[in-house]
Design a protein around this ligand. Structure first.
Ligand code: SF4
Length: 425
């Protein structure tokens, strides 16, 4: 069957390695078949990709420390003739992973510290991330949660789900729940629906999100039946993860379009990865193609400080350079936010080129992407109080009451780090 999309810019399209060349389309397009034929050790890998003994040994070395698995579909996107193929670099282990650089951590985002109960990361005021499984169909070599997918194998048991739901239910400030993992869609549909139904039944939870790389690495999992099931949980957002335009195969495009056509908004989060997408042309192509699929480019993450992934990190300036090459040069809708998820649990901090050049009480001086410098006069009326603000602020505490925003809205004049104060007094 000819699929509706043919991407002539992807030289890898429809390539399948032996022994999968003659696999019927009905099997190839079946996600369960793909999982049953997942490659998870160097011997299997060497039967598919030409690997030297040395390369095989390198994969073998990493396995006791980090998981490896890749389904036939995603492995088929590897260019066997390019040692720096972006798909290969993302999916095939190398010995570089065994090199731990200074500053790298097991849990760089301090998620375990922000876990009031197991499997619930409650870092931000009104939302939580729930790790419902430790399983992925492909274990990204740059994974931030590699400690988690290694230790917490399998899906959550019912008693663990009880704890998760009880926590969310007893915290009325939580209005947004992100189901993550591992990969949330590696869970069977029945169990996933059970968890989603229980969370959806909590009155103060307004929004559900599914965080899943499945549209990229196992797009056949996104069936019409799954979409019909998921759309019952609206408002539901789907957070996916593409890093390179070569991942936008006809199958992946169909998966994304199925979700969007089913009324589920899809957002993309990329990780900035050295030698994979650390180039403005690659990122621009990726963002434009995603947008054409109605997938909103949401974040580009600076690569985290997880152990053994230093070879993927770029200077932060590379991300700023990429945003500089996107903003103004293409649709604003195609420009994601570049963020550093800072070590120690500070959360996502946006980093961007400077567009505000200077300011006085009379005007601001700004520049655009071309270097055009202009001014914008400050208004003479500066009171921005809205008569309806108090009326809509009923319910859980507003965001203004926390952090730096509080300094702007209350009488407090400073925020003092406890550590410094304790050392001085
Ligand atoms: S899909 Fe997500 S959780 Fe799984 S290995 Fe990749 S980055 Fe890690």
């Amino acid at each position: 069957m000819r699929l509706p999309y043919v991407d002539n810019t992807n030289p890898l399209y429809y390539q399948r390695f032996q022994p999968w060349r003659d696999v019927p389309r009905s099997d190839w397009d079946n996600w369960k078949w793909q999982l049953q034929h997942t490659i998870s050790n160097p011997e299997q890998l060497a039967e598919i990709l030409p690997l030297t003994e040395e390369a095989k040994e390198r994969v073998r070395h990493t396995l006791p420390k980090y998981k490896f698995a890749v389904a036939p579909y995603y492995l088929s996107l590897v260019d066997p003739n390019n040692p720096e193929c972006p798909i290969r670099l993302q999916s095939i282990p190398t010995e570089a992973e065994l090199h731990i650089e200074a500053g790298e951590m097991d849990d760089p985002l301090a998620e375990d510290t922000d876990m009031p109960v197991p499997n619930v990361v409650h870092r931000y005021p009104d939302r939580v991330l729930v790790t419902i499984t430790g399983v992925c169909s492909m274990y990204c070599r740059f994974c931030t949660r590699r400690r988690f997918v290694m230790d917490k194998e399998g899906h959550k048991e019912r008693n663990e789900v009880d704890v998760i739901c009880n926590y969310i239910g007893s915290h009325p400030e939580i209005r947004d729940v992100i189901l993550s993992g591992g990969d949330a869609l590696m869970m069977g549909t029945t169990m996933l629906v059970e968890i989603m139904s229980r969370i959806r039944a909590i009155p103060h939870v307004e929004i559900l999100r599914i965080a899943s790389k499945i549209p990229c690495v196992l797009p056949m999992r996104i069936t019409d039946e799954l979409v019909t099931t998921l759309k019952r949980f609206k408002p539901l957002y789907f957070m996916t993860h593409f890093n390179h335009p070569y991942e936008l195969t006809p199958e992946a495009k169909i998966a994304c379009e199925r979700l969007v056509d089913g009324g589920i908004p899809v957002m993309n989060q990329s990780v900035l990865l050295r030698k994979i997408n650390s180039d403005a042309a690659i990122m621009k192509k990726l963002m434009q193609e995603l947008l054409a699929l109605r997938v909103k480019p949401y974040y580009i993450y600076q690569c985290d400080l997880s152990e053994g992934i230093g070879h993927f990190r770029t200077p932060v300036g590379k991300g700023i350079e990429i945003i500089e090459s996107l903003r103004g040069h293409t649709s604003g809708l195609a420009v994601p936010e570049f963020v550093i998820d800072v070590p120690g649990g500070g959360g996502k901090i946006p980093v961007a080129p400077h567009y505000l050049i200077s300011q006085s009480d009379k005007k601001v001086v700004v520049r655009n992407y071309e270097g055009f410098i202009s001014t914008y006069p400050q208004p003479t009326l500066t009171d921005c109080t809205c008569s309806t603000a108090k009326a809509v602020e009923t319910g859980p505490p507003s965001l203004h009451e926390h952090g730096v925003a509080r300094l702007l809205h209350e009488d407090s004049i400073s925020i003092e780090p406890h550590e410094t104060r304790d050392a001085l007094h």
